[in-house]
Design a protein around this ligand. Structure first.
Ligand SMILES: [Zn+2]
Length: 388
């Protein structure tokens, strides 16, 4: 099948993050199996979603994992001029469809090149690792990366995550953590503000603490100029609480996200915040004994990616992508999770992140072709005897 035919098929499965992906994963499984490759599915507890992994080539250490996710973001509320789940070639060099760029385009490249991978005399293996629920917080990748490490007797060396990067090698990614803080105060007439504890007033104090914490990190020169912005960010994106201007709010909550550069530790920042919350609790329980502040995880943390410029994967990705300019990104991807399992990881894939998650998402024929070319070069690299 041509890469475009495969992409058409993949786009036709409207699997959103959080939903069952069994239809698309079974289609991929059958396709890969038709080339004589043994395919493994890794199911979630409810058995309504699965990741796929397989090895092509010899059972020896080394080689590269090709990682992609099968889920996409919703199209609701977006003004599409084409059917989002029907890959549309308007003749303008672009293929339109949800997921065409993020990131079924890369999976289509992998599948289109599979016949050549099978025929090639690979000295080092290639692995496919296709996940689900990436778009709702990279939920399946940790188990998939861990499983690949333990399931195979041999150990893969590299992981290439084919997120849209216009085929530029991405070697750094901020860590991401999304949290919800819930404040439980006491209700009453607004005139009693000194006798009750307003959950809103206290939320605002906590929010300011978080903003000050970010500013302190900047003032302390905790900067990594590979990233834009070069510091860790703390942002409060949603606040809720209160019922009327003259009623003290007994409940309030806010959502915040933390995007950390590799030198800052998510756990340290959250730990400091928690310590401040305990101090506030101690203080305010004197006024209202039931006062409490609770912070819970809204999404599990996505680890940062911090691939060093002299790692072998960087040279590999430069050679096969044809791009030597290294970049970093601030969006979440599964690269940090593969890196956490010890695979040298880099993001590099066809399409532009600017097209991702938008109405009329597209990938150009040219980018798809470049994705295919990169995988051809990967085959050459892994077939040459000098490669280790
Ligand atoms: Zn993606």
């Amino acid at each position: 099948m041509t890469v475009q035919n495969i992409l058409t098929k993949l786009v036709s499965f409207p699997v959103l993050g959080g939903e069952s992906n069994l239809n698309i994963i079974h289609w991929i499984k059958e396709y890969v199996e038709s080339y004589g490759i043994e395919v493994n599915l890794l199911f979630n507890v409810e058995a309504n979603k699965a990741s796929l992994h397989c090895r092509i080539g010899p059972e020896v250490d080394g080689g590269a994992i090709l990682s992609g996710h099968t889920d996409v973001v919703p199209v609701e509320g977006q003004e599409w001029t084409t059917d989002p789940f029907l890959l549309t070639d308007k003749g303008d060099g672009k293929l339109y469809g949800r997921g065409s760029c993020d990131m079924k385009g890369f999976i289509a490249c992998c599948l289109a090149v599979l016949p050549e991978m099978v025929k090639a005399n690979l000295e080092k293996p290639i692995y496919f690792a296709f996940s689900y629920d990436e778009e709702i917080g990279c939920l399946a990748a940790p188990e998939l990366a861990r499983t690949i490490k333990t399931y195979y007797k041999e150990t893969p060396k590299y992981a290439i995550i084919g997120e849209p990067s216009l085929m530029e090698p991405i070697v750094g990614q901020k860590g991401i953590y999304i949290l919800k803080t819930f404040v439980n105060g006491s209700a009453g007439h607004s005139s009693r503000i000194k006798q009750e504890v307003s959950a809103i007033h206290e939320s605002m104090r906590l929010i300011l603490w978080l903003e000050n914490k970010m500013n302190q990190l900047i003032a302390d020169q905790r900067l990594d100029n590979r990233f834009h912005p070069p510091h860790s960010t703390i942002h409060i994106g949603k606040v809720n609480g209160g019922i009327a201007p003259n009623v003290i709010a007994d409940k309030a909550y806010f959502y915040w996200d933390l995007r950390t550069i590799p030198m800052d530790d998510i756990k340290d920042i959250v730990g400091e915040f928690e310590a401040y919350c305990r101090k506030r609790e101690e203080e305010l329980k004197k006024i209202f004994p039931g006062f409490s502040i609770q912070t819970t995880e809204s999404h599990p943390p996505v680890p940062h990616l911090d691939t060093r410029a002299d790692d072998d994967v960087v040279n590999l990705i430069k050679r096969i992508s044809g791009n030597s300019q290294l970049n970093t990104v601030s969006y979440a991807a599964e690269a940090g999770q593969f890196a956490d399992e010890g695979f040298q990881s880099a993001i590099c894939g066809p399409g532009s992140i600017e097209q991702a998650h938008r109405a009329d998402e597209y990938i150009t024929h040219e980018q798809l072709q470049k994705g295919v070319e990169m995988l051809h070069k990967l085959i050459q690299e892994l077939s040459s005897e000098t490669f280790s």
